[in-house]
Design a binder for this molecule. Structure first.
Ligand code: FAQ
Length: 325
């Protein structure tokens, strides 16, 4: 259905229609699923929303790893709620992608056979409890930086999904910062754990914003279509500027000897992440890529009976309705 939709649209993309579409985008109108859209716009949205959905789902794994080992009952309840929120975010996003004519099953298959990506950050391990704090503080912090502007993205279902997601991400970021605060005010060992977590998660968090603008393939067109509202480097800079004062408050050291506030441009100079490492991770060779994909494959295979059962139930209900007519 998706392939047919793309093929049938390719023929009717005349310049006048494209110009009228761009005019709607420039005027700040929302594009809705039944509206005409260029096939490339549809394709880009499916790629971005699908990869975003996969990130939320795969993103449950590193934190889920600590649910059984949370230090107190309260921390466990909070972490459980956060991980469940991430599942919900995945669902809103899969629903938004489905309005573009692709099914969740197709998207999942594309993740499992390597045609679709998920965020690089989730290919790093969570070695200590402080990593759960660092994920909430830095990873959710980076996610919010990226997602708040997406509430104004041009595609209606994506923009609306983002509104609820951002509210929940704010709570996630606060709980992460709260864990870090507790550890930084605790014993010497706890403070060291917090510093180590920052050391390990700082550069991977900077990678979440994608390659530098000069290497970004999709940014220019995506920004013209308001699928992305800011460039990768703009958001990365904002994240650094917001996060460094928070690290100072925690009395932690950001692992970057080149970090320097520039009064003139009201922002920090900072070191970019290692782009070779980034490429290795997004091409499947990060520390946990194999584990993450095998966990998703196992869940997909073991969940087959649930999907079969639901489909059989839906079919039975449809037959009853037809018989009753
Ligand atoms: N990881 O041309 P660009 C979260 C790929 S949600 C992996 O710049 P684009 C919540 C990119 O796909 C985190 N791949 O691409 C949470 C493209 O490859 P392709 C997810 C990456 O799309 C917290 C190629 O590189 N958020 O964390 C990455 O314009 C805690 C060229 O790059 C979103 O998805 C990367 N970091 O910009 C959950 C937000 N960066 O597709 C649980 C929406 C780039 O051609 C726990 N997405 N690539 O094969 C976006 O804003 C954009 O898609 C970017 C990338 C900014 C991620």
């Amino acid at each position: 259905m998706y392939a047919q939709m793309i093929a049938s649209q390719a023929s009717d993309e005349d310049p006048k229609r494209l110009a009228a579409f761009q005019k709607r985008i420039d005027a700040g109108e929302k594009i809705e699923p039944k509206d005409w859209m260029p096939s490339e716009y549809r394709k880009t949205l499916i790629r971005q929303i699908g990869q975003h959905a996969h990130s939320e789902i795969v993103g449950q794994l590193p934190e889920g790893n600590w649910i059984t080992r949370a230090p107190t009952l309260e921390r466990k309840a909070i972490l459980l709620a956060k991980v469940q929120d991430e599942a919900g975010h995945g669902l809103y996003l899969y629903c938004a992608a489905e309005t573009l004519g692709i099914s969740r099953d197709q998207l999942t298959e594309m993740l499992l056979d390597g045609r679709m990506k998920y965020s690089s950050i989730f290919n790093y391990p969570t070695l200590t409890w402080a990593d759960i704090g660092a994920i909430g503080w830095l990873v959710d912090g980076a996610a919010i930086m990226n997602q708040v502007p997406l509430q104004r993205t041009s595609f209606g279902p994506y923009a609306r999904a983002m509104i609820r997601i951002c509210k929940e991400e704010s709570f996630h970021q606060r709980q992460g910062f709260d864990i870090m605060m507790k550890m930084c005010n605790g014993s010497k060992e706890q403070k060291t754990m917090a510093q180590n977590a920052l050391d390990r998660f700082w550069y991977p968090s900077l990678m979440m914003f994608g390659p530098s603008d000069s290497d970004s393939i999709h940014s220019e067109q995506s920004m013209a279509w308001k699928i992305k509202m800011n460039s990768n480097d703009e958001l990365r800079q904002k994240f650094v500027d917001q996060t460094v004062p928070q690290a100072n408050l925690l009395r932690l050291t950001v692992p970057d000897p080149n970090l320097k506030w520039k009064d003139k441009r009201k922002g920090y100079d900072f070191t970019m992440p290692d782009w070779d490492e980034f490429l290795a991770v997004i091409n499947g060779n990060g520390p946990c890529n194999a584990d993450r994909l095998s966990a998703r494959k196992k869940a997909w295979t073991e969940g087959q009976w649930v999907r079969d059962g639901l489909q059989a139930h839906a079919k039975k209900n449809a037959n009853i309705m037809i018989a009753a007519e």
